[in-house]
Write a protein that binds this ligand. Sequence first.
Ligand SMILES: C[S@@+](CC[C@H](N)C(=O)[O-])C[C@H]1O[C@@H](n2cnc3c(N)ncnc32)[C@H](O)[C@@H]1O
Length: 228
Amino acid sequence: MLYLESCIDGARKYINDETVDLIIADPPYNLKFGGTTQTKTRRPRFNIIANDDLSPVAYRRFSLSWMREAYRVLKPGRHLYVCIDWRTYPDMVRWLKLVGFTIKNCIVWDKKQMGMGWQYRYRHEFIILAVKGKNKVRRVSTRKKSDVWEIPRIPGNLTIHPTEKPIELMKTIIECSSEPGEYVVDFFSGSGVVATAAEELGRSWVAFELDPHWYEVSRRRINAATNN
Ligand SMILES: C[S@@+](CC[C@H](N)C(=O)[O-])C[C@H]1O[C@@H](n2cnc3c(N)ncnc32)[C@H](O)[C@@H]1O
């Protein structure tokens, strides 16, 4: 089910305590990002996404609010994955610990191709692996996999959302941390990649998107996957 709603309010309304098997959160990184800048006009291809241009205090409040909801709804011992880049990583880890999560690892997503950046061009992002509680922690399902994932990013001119992640990335997370039929929640749907991956892998899922435009983009992608 896809909701046009803030994940904070939506989780409160629709998700009971300790019922979710896996949460994926790809939140706004608070970097005022509107996608790759076009060469000719030098303007970003999209508008800045919601909650991506907050004061430090407001961003902290926003992050702690969604993290508290994530903690409440996740089953003990299960995984939360948080996409983030090096600039926001220290704050994210601190806040996740504050709400009760245990940090288990930091996956390095090697995008295989350089993006922008001029003190070295960016090629990686981080994905924090956090667990609810310390006891009876679920192991990721493959012990052969390292914490560096080489998955090509989508070229900037082909993305349909400014921070769109490849479906292979989300499928990897879902396959490593849940079983078919289990319940996956995406707090920040964007273009609907997590829900599409969950649908294709036979998981039940819920996703939240605040912005009506991105809700519609998500809805179309998910419908296309469901009707196949
Ligand atoms: C980093 S993007 C997610 C991109 C997505 N993973 C993808 O691959 O397309 C974050 C998304 O969260 C949405 N958003 C911002 N604040 C939100 C909130 N409180 N609840 C739900 N969605 C929110 C933004 O509109 C944006 O589309």
